[in-house]
Design a protein around this ligand. Structure first.
Ligand SMILES: N[C@@H](CCC(=O)N[C@@H](CS)C(=O)NCC(=O)O)C(=O)O
Length: 258
């Protein structure tokens, strides 16, 4: 029988388990930023899949946790967080000793914060205004003005990366991960042109070689692409039982259909 999963070799001894639950949807770039963050930090928690096409994120128990009705949502005991950037930095400072991904020195940390705010305040709204009309309003294309604005953002990113391997400088950080989740998704709608943005594209290529990209971003990005290309609402048969991040990670981001 052909293997359904791409097996990934994982060193379980380096894993950190935490008693948190994450509600997420793989098509969502914000949720994929958290999944990549978890996988980069080797942190394992309980994950619950939510189908936004079926408005499951508007279920009363989720609205009680997040009145904004967005994903991801993280619950740690009685503590609830509803923003991917805040979730990743919380997990890093609470459960992970990962100085490189989230420096503790004030300047290093401020640079990561700056990138997270850039993603949240500039890139993500572009994603929303380009993708939502296609996802939810039967539109079939991205408007010219939006293409120009996204290309302006690509130009800024290209300049920010000049002379450095990662957005934060010498090390890849949670800032790179947040930006990759959004830019890889925008790239589906408005491709990053290799002639105009060669530095940005080679950074994307470098990021795509990281193991956490395969386990945390690829499957959802493929689903998002299919959703954009076909317009079909996802009717995932995936098992809705809460599962460990370890299960997702060890199967290359894929989970068995049941
Ligand atoms: N800034 C938030 C954005 C969250 C967000 O808007 N998530 C989208 C999915 S990518 C969502 O849940 N949308 C549902 C809706 O707006 O109805 C974050 O980074 O978590």
């Amino acid at each position: 029988m052909a293997p359904y999963f791409r097996q990934i070799r994982i060193d379980v001894s380096s894993f950190k388990f935490c008693h948190c639950t994450l509600w997420k949807s793989d098509t969502s770039p914000a949720c994929r930023a958290v999944m990549m963050g978890l996988d980069a930090m080797n942190v394992t928690l309980t994950e619950v899949d939510v189908n936004m096409d079926k408005a499951e994120h508007q279920a009363p128990d989720l609205i009680a946790m997040n009145p904004r009705q967005t994903l991801p949502i993280l619950k740690d005991g009685e503590f609830i967080l509803c923003d991917s950037h805040a979730i990743n930095t919380y997990i890093a400072s609470r459960y992970c000793d990962c100085e490189k991904l989230l420096p503790t020195n004030p300047a290093g940390r401020a640079i990561v914060d700056q990138l997270l705010h850039y993603d949240s305040g500039i890139l993500y709204p572009h994603y929303r205004s380009c993708a939502y009309p296609i996802l939810y309003e039967n539109s079939r294309f991205v408007m010219h003005q939006q293409i120009k604005e996204v290309e302006n953002a690509y130009r800024e990113l290209e300049t920010m990366l000049k002379g450095r391997s990662w957005f934060s400088g010498a090390n890849m950080t949670l800032g790179d991960i947040a930006i990759m989740a959004t830019v890889s998704t925008l790239h589906v709608l408005i491709p990053v042109d290799k002639n105009k943005f060669p530095v940005l594209l080679s950074w994307m290529f470098r990021m795509s070689k990281e193991p956490f990209y395969t386990t945390g971003n690829l499957k959802g990005l493929n689903e998002f692409t299919k959703r954009i290309d076909t317009g079909n609402v996802l009717d995932s048969k995936e098992n809705k039982r809460p599962r460990s991040s370890l299960t997702r990670r060890s199967t290359g981001g894929k989970l068995a259909e049941t």
